[in-house]
Design a protein around this ligand. Structure first.
Ligand code: PEP
Ligand code: MN
Length: 333
């Protein structure tokens, strides 16, 4: 259950209750005036305790820390050059893979020109086959860091393994956990022990609750800097799109959790000419930002060329995305 105390709660009551729950024994989590007691649906409060309580929520989701019931305010993630969450709209762009020092620098300039404050790019690639390009590894991270620093951008990049965490800490502002690793629990626990912001992608067959419970693995380790990415899910129909973009997940997630929700139209559709319309739809869904793949020579991209926007298309798309966001902000309610 989640206990919402009155704003001016007496600390002594809070501490005494914590001790009582610990004796049952039950695990207790506290944020401000909210106390969550794991696996407890009922408790006989004394009159004095009851008078300190505003509300008791008995149907508590398993993802307590991520739940809006426990933490009503939006989480805002602050990076050196970006703010992510709430009513902000953050653009993240770059190639699928870091291909070379020169290429990532060129793509960073395009990304920045389109209003991106984060540079994306993979140095460790979770490819469907082991024979496809696997990424440049640490060298790729270094290239990305340099490209971003030259332009005053932040870096978001994927790691696939818990052993990559110390290396990522040296180079990236946001650790991306890919769709295929959404339930890699040792990786989730490892990033949960850091304070590095984490962008967790929804798994190919992950339900909304699966995603929130995966995020809880990160939060329960002490890292609350989490954003969630809707990147399309597998459904029965992948004839024309790589995945099915579940845009309803955006407002649903925003209702359930305080974490920023980001959309990824590139992986959702898998075809460059479908990216812009879905980017507009993603913006209209109310997401706090977008991550998109770009490439100046998609036919020769090391990965995901088919869904990568050429610079011109990207620049037009982001112009419209920001205009749409501005229009939405002007709506009275
Ligand atoms: C990527 O961002 O390039 C990527 C591999 O994404 P996903 O994990 O969503 O497939
Ligand atoms: Mn990709």
């Amino acid at each position: 259950m989640i206990i919402q105390f009155k704003k001016a709660v007496n600390n002594q009551i809070l501490e005494e209750l914590k001790t009582k729950f610990a004796q049952i024994p039950k695990q207790v989590l506290v944020i401000d005036n909210h106390m969550a007691v794991i696996d407890l649906d009922h408790f006989d409060f004394s009159d004095q305790e009851s008078s300190a309580i505003d509300e008791v929520i008995t149907k508590t989701p398993t993802y307590v820390l991520g739940s809006r019931l426990f933490h009503p305010e939006d989480t805002i993630i602050k990076l050196p050059h970006s703010e992510i969450g709430g009513n902000t709209f953050t653009m993240m762009a770059g190639p699928c893979s870091v291909e070379s020092e020169e290429h990532i620098k060129r793509m960073a300039m395009v990304a920045r020109e389109g209003g991106a404050t984060l540079l994306r790019g993979g140095a460790f690639k979770p490819r469907t086959t082991p024979y496809s390009f696997q990424g440049l590894g640490e060298e790729g991270l270094r290239f990305m860091r340099e490209a971003a620093d030259e332009l005053g951008m932040d870096v978001i990049t994927e790691i696939m393994d818990e052993t990559h965490v110390p290396m990522a800490a040296k180079y990236t502002d946001v650790i991306q956990i890919g769709a295929r690793n959404m339930q890699n629990f040792s990786l989730l626990k490892a990033v949960g022990k850091t304070q590095i912001p984490v962008a967790l992608k929804r798994g190919l067959a992950g339900t909304i609750d699966d995603l929130l419970n995966a995020a809880e693995y990160i939060a329960s380790g002490g890292n609350h800097n989490i954003m969630l990415i809707e990147r399309g899910i597998r459904t029965f129909d992948n004839k024309y799109t790589r995945n099915t973009f579940d845009l309803a997940a955006v407002p649903v997630l925003q209702k359930l959790t305080h974490y920023p929700i980001i959309v990824d139209p590139s992986h959702a559709v898998g075809a460059w000419d479908l990216v812009a319309p879905m980017a507009y739809a993603g913006t209209a869904s109310g997401a706090s930002g977008m991550i998109v793949e770009i490439h100046d020579d998609p036919a020769h991209a090391f990965s995901d060329g088919a869904q990568s926007l050429k610079p011109d298309t990207y620049l037009t798309m982001t112009k419209h995305v920001f205009a749409l966001k501005q229009l939405m902000d002007s709506w009275e309610d």
